[in-house]
Design a protein around this ligand. Structure first.
Ligand code: SAH
Length: 234
């Protein structure tokens, strides 16, 4: 008997602003993945874990200076609670000084079962959170956001669409940009002639081998023009 191994991912997002996260998971591909039971996403409001009377989650930085720092206690309690229930492949902190997210990382992480994503705010989290709980730090690019939520959404989307069964056409993620270190080439749909702007003839020729070759060459040309760095070391 064959055993069907179904990949399923659980993402726990720790945040001060769960309302920022909701709607992207309620539309399109991420919603479909959740509806199909291929991914579970849970939000944890840090304020619920604060033992402080005012439910505060931040404090002034030691040594002075501008901005507030997220305190360790609520984060510790939330992560410790989650870790007592299951094992996590990675406990991620979204941070501009982390490893910049790319497709290779997304491919690898899409095979994980359980991940935690911690969203920072203010000046970020107390360094001891990073030293003692975080196993991976990820940036979504060299610019600074006001909170980790948008980064957590970018990361979640990039991972979820790679889980087998999420995209209706199984091969479609494989032909996207960055797979095989190539950018996606130009694409066309009907009409074949719009105001005299015609699609390349080969695409309407019905000749599969020629079409494949044209696409390959076009993707290579496009990559050479836009991102020659991707072709280096190929
Ligand atoms: N003081 C920090 C920036 C804090 S911004 C610094 O200079 O490095 C507040 C929070 O937004 C961060 O804790 C992080 O969770 C999130 N964030 C900001 N920019 C980000 C980026 N490029 N990628 C991922 N998360 C980011």
């Amino acid at each position: 008997m064959h055993q069907i191994i179904e990949e399923k991912m659980r993402i726990d997002i720790i945040t001060l602003l769960p309302e920022l996260l909701r709607s992207p998971f309620e539309a399109s591909i991420m919603k479909r993945a959740i509806d199909k039971g291929l991914v579970e996403v849970h939000f944890h409001n840090l304020r619920d874990y604060s033992t402080n009377r005012q439910k505060s989650v931040d404090d002034y930085p030691f040594g002075g200076g501008a901005g507030m720092v997220m305190t360790i206690q609520p984060i510790d309690d939330c992560i410790t609670h989650l870790k007592s229930q299951r094992e996590y492949d990675e406990i991620i902190y979204m941070s501009p000084d982390g490893e910049t997210l790319n497709q290779k990382m997304a491919n690898k992480m899409s095979m994980y079962e359980n991940i935690i994503i911690l969203c920072g705010h203010y000046k970020g989290v107390d360094q001891r959170v990073r030293d003692h709980f975080i196993t991976k730090e990820i940036s979504i690019g060299d610019y600074v956001l006001s909170g980790g939520e948008l980064g957590a959404l970018v990361l979640s989307d990039a991972l979820i669409r790679l889980i087998p069964g999420v995209l209706s056409d199984e091969t479609s993620a494989l032909t996207d940009s960055f797979q095989d270190n190539l950018l996606s080439g130009p694409i066309y749909t009907r009409p074949a002639d719009y105001k005299g702007w015609k699609v390349p003839e080969v695409l309407t020729s019905g000749h599969a081998a020629k079409i494949d070759k044209w696409r390959e060459d076009a993707a290579y040309e496009h990559t050479k023009n836009r991102r020659p760095d991707l072709l280096e070391g190929q």
